[in-house]
Write a protein that binds this ligand. Sequence first.
Ligand SMILES: C[S@@+](CC[C@H](N)C(=O)[O-])C[C@H]1O[C@@H](n2cnc3c(N)ncnc32)[C@H](O)[C@@H]1O
Length: 247
Amino acid sequence: MRDVGRVLPRNDPRQYDDLADEWWRPDGVFAMLHWLARARAALVPPATRPGALLVDLGCGAGLLAPHLAGKGYRHVGVDLTRSALAQAAAHGVTAVNGDATAVPLVDGCADVVAAGELLEHVPDWRAAVAEACRLLRPGGLLVLDTLNDTALARLVAVRVAERLPTVPRGIHDPRLFVDDRELVAESARHGVDLRVRGVRPGVPGLLRWLLRQATGAPTPPAQAPRIVPTGSRAVLYQGRGVRATDS
Ligand SMILES: C[S@@+](CC[C@H](N)C(=O)[O-])C[C@H]1O[C@@H](n2cnc3c(N)ncnc32)[C@H](O)[C@@H]1O
């Protein structure tokens, strides 16, 4: 049900129903998800075998799909939000309505598991990591990005960002942000050697984008801000890791 005027608790998944029209607007409130999807897809190599499967946990409306085109994966998306899944399906994603902490797919089915901007929305993020690792075949690849459990992330991603017209209020609950060292340790417990690095939008592209937003001018996709590595993992970070072959 869509009710754009209602105020929901922080991190309530029904917010994604109310914002359903925003997913595929490149300059809409989910603009940064488009930039992050491009950066996440860049971590995924072309498939090495026919029929390779990429499981996209918390796939939303399937923003990753265009960036995987030509890489040779069947793209399966798992999400709680049916309105988002319908849009993902329209972009070629095989949609599965389900919880990332109890995914209705068999062990070791995935060549790649992606979890983009998901873990910071899951009260039991450790269970979602366990599921991601369970789904991976030995040698399979986990790629993710999330927000760190730091004071700086709470300041930037909640207090500052939510004052901007381009960020939905209440979309994040800062109590759910994910400590990078704990995530690495949890992944290791499940056989995945996760390497993490800080990322952020590139400053020139971000300034150009903000200027265009202020003037109401659309940003051509090729000029959207790029997500670039940065020395600090204190706010936003990416992870990439391979599941051990003997785990
Ligand atoms: C910030 S959006 C990210 C969507 C997508 N990964 C992207 O980057 O465009 C978070 C998504 O996670 C979904 N989600 C939140 N908790 C979930 C859970 N426990 N299981 C599955 N999906 C969940 C929401 O419905 C929403 O679509």
